[in-house]
Design a protein around this ligand. Structure first.
Ligand SMILES: Nc1nc2c(ncn2[C@@H]2O[C@H](COP(=O)(O)OP(=O)(O)OP(=O)(O)O)[C@@H](O)[C@H]2O)c(=O)[nH]1
Ligand SMILES: [Mg+2]
Length: 326
């Protein structure tokens, strides 16, 4: 129920309904069945060598393993979309003072949330608002303009802005097109670019957005940037689509289900262990114990989504299905 209650958008709520109907747990259960079956074969080969049964070869262990990987890839894809619908992404608007950051937040939100004035250094505290783009929650954060400052309060605001930037899923680096050729402005942007490169992981996308195209006359758009106007709304729809793309949203694939980010993490771990297992299986027979260990770790990761499954249980499965060791 928790998922249904705090799902923050309508699409997420629909997806939560599907999750309650059990699709996600059904698929996890299917994955688990397949994994247990494979572990059973491997463990049996390890534990009962005197039986001289080449379970692995006969039972097409690598076929089973690659089928398992295929299933997992699908589940992961759907869970990722579900987690996205449920949790969204966080984007931070950053840039020099007066670029129009607060105006952009207001334009995206469709409400006058942040104070806008022509005075550089207007914003000190961050202002956050969650918008929805095709049902995906996007948490937009407006921050203090980045510059050297001696003002006590502004300095704190700028330090907070950097904290937000460091924690973002994506950064909207907002520039002022009307000042694009002013040497001071260019130098300021360069400082910000350098500092971002230091503080941000390479995986975090930084979008260069040039604001105020309505007032920029014939000023040329610098390469690689997107143009927009927070005042007229020009370019905002393109920005929204770009944000969805960054989020990895694939417009409503059939059968996505609500999942939490930690489910996605767990499924990624399962995937990594299965890859290792594949490598061991492809190598010499001597790696069988390592193969068994990777499968055990894969199942542990899967169990973190559902319940526990102990090694005693596994032994039970081996005995009941193979009737060996009696
Ligand atoms: N012509 C035009 N003016 C804009 C646009 N966006 C913002 N402005 C103006 O630019 C000035 C600064 O806007 P803000 O949104 O306060 O800028 P900011 O980046 O938040 O500034 P700080 O909070 O000081 O860092 C205001 O006078 C806005 O009206 C735009 O698209 N076109
Ligand atoms: Mg502002």
């Amino acid at each position: 129920m928790a998922d249904l209650i705090d799902a923050s958008t309508e699409a997420a709520a629909r997806s939560a309904g599907r999750s309650l109907a059990g699709t996600f747990s059904d698929e996890i259960a299917t994955l688990r069945e397949a994994l247990i079956h494979l572990r059973m074969l491997v463990e049996a080969t390890l534990d009962f060598p005197e039986e001289e049964i080449d379970f692995l070869r006969k039972a097409d262990a690598d076929g089973q393993l690659s089928k398992l990987q295929q299933m997992l890839t699908q589940v992961l894809q759907r869970a990722r979309q579900g987690a996205l619908l449920r949790e969204g992404i966080t984007v931070v608007i950053a840039g020099q003072p007066n670029a129009g950051k607060s105006s952009l937040l207001n334009a995206l939100a469709g409400a006058e949330l942040a104070i806008v004035t022509p005075i550089p250094g207007t914003t000190r505290d961050k202002v956050a608002h969650t918008i929805q783009i095709e049902g995906v929650p996007v948490h937009v954060i407006d921050t203090a303009g980045l510059r050297e400052s001696e003002d006590e309060v502004e300095k704190i605001g700028i330090a907070r802005a950097w904290d937000e930037i460091a924690a973002a899923d994506a950064v909207l680096f907002l520039h002022d097109l009307t000042r694009a050729s002013a040497p001071e402005y260019i130098a300021g942007d360069l400082d910000v670019t350098r500092a971002m490169a230091q503080k941000l992981s390479k995986k975090v996308p930084v979008l260069d957005l040039w604001n105020k195209i309505d007032a920029a006359g014939a000023a040329a758009l610098p390469a690689g940037g997107m143009a927009l106007s927070a005042r007229t709304g020009a370019g905002l729809e393109a920005l929204r689509q770009r944000l969805l793309q960054i989020a990895g949203w694939q417009s409503a694939p059939e059968g996505i289900y609500i999942a939490r980010e930690r489910h996605v993490q767990a499924l990624r771990q399962v995937q990594a262990h299965l890859r290792q297992a594949e490598a061991h299986l492809a190598a010499q027979a001597g790696a069988l114990d390592l193969l068994a260990e990777e499968l055990r770790l894969a199942q542990n990761a899967l169990n973190s989504i559902t319940g526990e499954f102990s090694s005693d249980d596994l032994l039970g499965v081996i005995f009941s299905r193979f009737c060996i060791g009696k």
